[in-house]
Design a protein around this ligand. Sequence first.
Ligand code: PSU
Ligand code: MN
Length: 303
Amino acid sequence: MISLSAEVAAAVAEGRPVVALESTIISHGMPWPQNAETARLIEAEIRAGGAVPATIAVIDGALRAGLDDAALERLGRDKGVVKAASRDLAVAMARGGSAGTTVSATMVIAERAGIAVFATGGVGGVHRGAEASFDISADLVELGRTQTAVICAGVKSILDIPKTLEFLETQRVPVLTYGSDEFPAFYSRQSGQKAEHRCDTPEAIAEIIRRHRGLGIGSGLLIANPIPLENAVEIEPIIAAAIADAARQGIIGKALTPFLLARINDLSHGESLAANIALVRNNAVLAAKIAVALAERNRTHGL
Ligand code: PSU
Ligand code: MN
């Protein structure tokens, strides 16, 4: 059901390190041309780290892992590319459409393709005001039932971070924080929430991934990697203004997250975008190290 590029197929078959990448960040998370440039940059970071990048998307109805340059460019430019969560995959396939895959959809495809490690910028979560709107990202539900390990920069403060962490606890998702005692908040290293499990090496994280998968609990893992200090930005008032704009304009459902990301970028005059690119890159570097350590462990201990 999934079409792997020759490079990704060979790496998976031989048990070499592979890192999955999502594509909603390309189609709906960043503006053209920085979206496609960032996609290429993070693929290069993963290769430099000794792993094979597998960018995942739906192209003309096909679930693909490992994209060529033309497909990346199309995801970045073509306004007809929709946003697909895991529930939207069957519709896109049946209709022959093209879609950027969110964290939930990318996890499903990565898992079916045999890829255990996935890097992104931020995951979806429980939105502020969810007690009234019920807006909770499908990413969190998918994390509860698909085994992929997701490396991200924590949760954006467009979301309710304490509620998101509660939801992950309910869904039996281990939350690991790399090199920090505090769970990070995407643009910022601080969220006010303590990191439940601090890990200081990629090897320590790989060992937890291997044990978690071995237990067959079935849930994924969330690995939070704080933004580098030199790239962090303080834009909380802009985030609050973007949320107020969305409420005023009645933006809800799957349109809300892309609206907020674009609005924050506009209001910060590109400051948020620069931080976003830096953190995705940082996550790709860590994910490659984790994938290398995991492949090494799987080789010596068996899957
Ligand atoms: N958060 C970000 N950047 C993103 C997204 C979330 O900081 O690009 C994207 C991811 O693809 C994520 C999706 O899976 O938004 C979540 O959308 P929703 O809130 O509609 O579930
Ligand atoms: Mn939502």
